[in-house]
Ligand binder design. Sequence first.
Ligand SMILES: N[C@@H](CCC(=O)N[C@@H](CS)C(=O)NCC(=O)O)C(=O)O
Length: 213
Amino acid sequence: MAEYKLYCFAQSGNCYRAALMLNLVGADWEPVWVDFFKGGVQRTPDYRSDVNEMGEAPVLAFGDRKLSQSGVILTYLSGKFGKFQPRGEDEQLECLRWLLFDNQKVNGFLGPYRFVKTLSGKPDPGALNFLKPRIDNNLAIVDKRLEERKFILGDRPTIADISMCGYMYYPADEFGFDIPKEYPAIGAWLERIKAFPGWKHPYELMPGYPLVR
Ligand SMILES: N[C@@H](CCC(=O)N[C@@H](CS)C(=O)NCC(=O)O)C(=O)O
């Protein structure tokens, strides 16, 4: 039995952050498929009592512990494996600042946008019109930052990078816009991460692709 189990599904960039980190640090892990689309298993009372009271994936299970929130999972794994860690108080705070900005406003908007547009089966123009200008604004902020440095915090990759790339490797047609093309500094940074040993595309790394409705 693998040391780590990750509750996840292929279409989730939130889950991808954790799955990618597990692969990049060389952890002994296996996925547990969360039937998000058809079964909505994450909304059942059993999932909430046994897996995650917040009703979300990803969840990392090991020993008798369960961690949720990708930022917490990334923080735990970086400490455990001594990889992709921010060093010193200033870098730790800077890392947290980018994790929070990402969770709320970068991937925090990209995920719902793609879901509403492509995966929900019923695109809602009002929701898309609300999210798109915010996405444009926030991707431009990340792109500008990456014009000046190789990784989110500087010369060295940290969990801020692994968090920030969450939804950005999914196909452009699922968003209706091409992130690496429209934001060249983001595109070059995505290529740098892709070159890390252990990198895999979300659809290769997690179960549930292609989506069957
Ligand atoms: N901030 C959380 C977000 C997790 C999240 O929203 N996960 C989605 C799947 S991508 C979920 O499980 N949503 C619950 C639902 O819609 O029922 C994280 O980074 O782990």
